[in-house]
Design a protein around this ligand. Structure first.
Ligand code: C5P
Length: 218
């Protein structure tokens, strides 16, 4: 039997990363945050002074990304990048480089390499549609844009950062529109994906819903 994959896709700030990591923990599976690879690619381009729409050069960077995941820390070229890749500049940059077909192709095998026994939980935009089309379970995890902006706002405030809800909402909506409108691997719910609208759900409830679907299939 192939190593099982649970693919969790959805829009930005939907909480899919948190849910995916907890599901992986509950099952003892590996976890792939595919967005971090696009974020790291954007950060590498910004650091190297490469224009984010220079497809060939950005794809070359993505193909040889000197990234390492050490404990909870993400390193880029040996330097800490965990915090930098979460900044708005990298969020917007990631969604720009992610629209380039050569960049997506450069990251494909790297993502598939995370599929290792006993299993993988992967979150992103195209985990179910492109990277792991044979996933044992596909979930499209979402929440209203207002709720997602509220969650992001709360998160930033807790980290002691300042944030404006209407700016956050606008940034989210711009990024969602770009992710949904691009020609390669656009953000969309696969026909065979379960829809999980978490607008009125706690993290624990969302995790349980995914585990229940998975156990019913396994
Ligand atoms: O998930 P996260 O918000 O960290 O992803 C950052 C950006 O990377 C997204 O806005 C999207 O453009 C891109 N992305 C993607 N495909 C994935 C994961 C992320 O295009 N599988």
């Amino acid at each position: 039997l192939p190593t099982p994959v649970i693919a969790i896709d959805g829009p930005s700030a939907s909480g899919k990363g948190t849910v995916a990591a907890l599901v992986a923990q509950a099952l003892g599976f590996h976890y792939l945050d595919s967005g971090s690879l696009y974020r790291l690619t954007a950060l590498a381009a910004l650091r190297a002074g490469i224009a984010l729409d220079d497809e060939a050069r950005v794809a070359a960077l993505a193909a040889s990304l000197p990234a390492a995941f050490v404990g909870g820390e993400i390193l880029l070229g040996g330097e800490p990048a965990t915090e930098a890749i979460r900044r708005e500049e990298c969020s917007a940059g990631a969604s720009r480089v992610a629209a380039l077909p050569a960049v997506r192709a450069a990251l494909l095998e790297r993502q598939r390499a995370y599929r290792q026994a006993p299993g993988l939980v992967a979150d992103g935009r195209d985990m179910g549609s492109v990277v792991f089309p044979d996933a044992a379970l596909k979930v499209f995890l979402t929440a209203t844009a207002e709720e997602r902006a509220n969650r992001r706002h709360k998160q930033l405030i807790e980290k002691g950062m300042s944030a404006n809800i209407s700016t956050l909402l606008q940034d989210l909506q711009e990024r969602d529109a770009r992710d949904a409108a691009r020609s390669v691997a656009p953000l969309q719910k696969c026909a065979d994906a379960e829809l999980l609208d978490t607008t009125q759900m706690s993290i624990e409830q969302a995790v349980q819903a995914v585990l229940t679907w998975y156990r019913a299939r396994a």
